[in-house]
Design a protein around this ligand. Structure first.
Ligand code: GRF
Length: 204
């Protein structure tokens, strides 16, 4: 039995594409990328999904009078498409506590730093400007706080002496595109157990 996943994205969609490719190539098995949920009509990710013939739902927040109504529409799409796992990939919107509780441990996110360092929208730039020698990528479950839920996988990236912000961004994205499919595989194919902040993958 395959698990239907929905990717939520608002922008470029390079992680969306990496996940779609991992499924197509057979690296990520037992997964069906059933839906792209997008909140931005100008997002390049929409074209990427259409090219791959992946179903797109554009849910524009500006046409709803409340966040509750906006999320209710998204939930309707998730139910209609029997979605078992939500994968946030550059979705630039906070989900409400009600939404997160309804999909407890069924929403994943990727963040371009080693959390809990450098939370927020500029994870790569903030780490670069701080001058840390090591940063990285984190995949975590989503809880009610920003960039905070239990960590599924992390991978470090060294910042070399002559590193530029652009070369660091490139390195981080390359890692993201490998790590996200791996993390999805882990969530879907292993019996993960979430115990407080810890995600236990085996031997529990
Ligand atoms: C990624 O860097 C991800 O870590 C962050 O948003 C960015 C999305 O990039 N959450 P893309 O749209 O997948 O190319």
């Amino acid at each position: 039995m395959k698990t239907n996943i929905a990717v939520f994205a608002s922008g470029r969609g390079s992680n969306f594409l990496a996940i779609a490719k991992a499924i197509k190539s057979g690296k990520l098995k037992k997964v069906n990328l059933a839906l792209l949920v997008c909140d931005n009509p100008n997002a390049p990710v929409i074209f990427k999904a259409k090219k791959l013939k992946i179903k797109v739902v554009l849910v524009r927040p500006d046409i709803f009078s409340t966040k509750k109504d906006f999320e209710a529409r998204i939930i309707q799409h998730l139910k209609e498409n029997k979605i078992g796992l939500i994968v946030l990939a550059g979705f630039m919107r906070m989900l409400s506590s009600d939404f997160v509780r309804a999909y407890k441990n069924k929403i994943m996110n990727i963040h371009p730093s080693l959390l809990p360092a450098f939370k927020g929208k500029e994870g790569i730039k903030d780490a670069y400007e701080y001058g840390v020698k090591v940063t990285g990528v984190t995949v975590h479950f989503v809880d009610e706080k920003v960039d905070h839920g239990s960590i599924i996988l992390q991978k470090e990236v060294r910042i070399e002496e002559r590193e530029t912000l652009e070369s660091l961004e490139e390195k981080i994205h390359k890692i993201e595109h490998k790590l996200y499919p791996e993390a999805i595989k882990l969530v879907i194919n292993s019996k993960l157990k979430v115990e407080g902040r810890r995600v236990l993958a085996r031997n529990w």
